[in-house]
Design a protein around this ligand. Structure first.
Ligand SMILES: [Zn+2]
Length: 157
């Protein structure tokens, strides 16, 4: 191989959109899965950056997308350490704080195959019982889960 070329940029810069930073690695892909990949612009993801705050971190940038409260809550369940910056005209116009919600309905699945929520196709409903890492109790079967990839509804075919 020839000599190392200088990289033109480490991370794609956006004029407008949302930057989700300080996602503890390797949760970046899970956050992306939860938010969905459809976007009216470039979605860039960087994995395994060095971070003083969280050791190794992942980072996601959504060009043109301003995330809403519901999406912020979803991020909070997976990566409460993350920071969210809203960008307009190339500058940070809002640093959004992340609060772990008390409960969450409808986007995560209970992993208990015998849970009534799965047998009768009900709307999943969880209560947050711990915040670091987040643990959720299913309102139906009362089993407690840490948020993981299998619980994300977008995965369901
Ligand atoms: Zn359950």
């Amino acid at each position: 191989m020839g000599k190392k070329k200088e990289r033109p940029y480490k991370v794609f810069k956006i004029e407008k959109g949302t930057v989700i930073d300080h996602i503890p690695a390797p949760k970046g892909l899970l956050v992306l899965e939860v938010l969905g990949k459809k976007n009216d612009g470039i979605v860039s993801i960087g994995l395994n950056f060095d971070s003083q705050k969280v050791g190794k971190k992942d980072l996601i940038k959504f060009e043109n997308k301003i995330i809403d409260k519901e999406e912020t809550d979803k991020i909070a369940l997976i990566a409460p350490e993350a920071t969210i910056n809203i960008i307009e005209n190339g500058e940070v116009v809002e640093k959004r704080s992340i609060d772990v919600p008390q409960e969450i309905t409808g986007f995560l699945n209970c992993l208990n195959p015998n849970c009534v929520v799965n047998r009768e196709n009900l709307q999943p409903h969880f209560e947050v019982v711990e915040e670091g890492p987040v643990k959720l109790r299913c309102k139906y079967c009362e089993r407690v889960w840490e948020v993981k990839y299998d619980m994300v509804e977008n995965k369901r075919k």
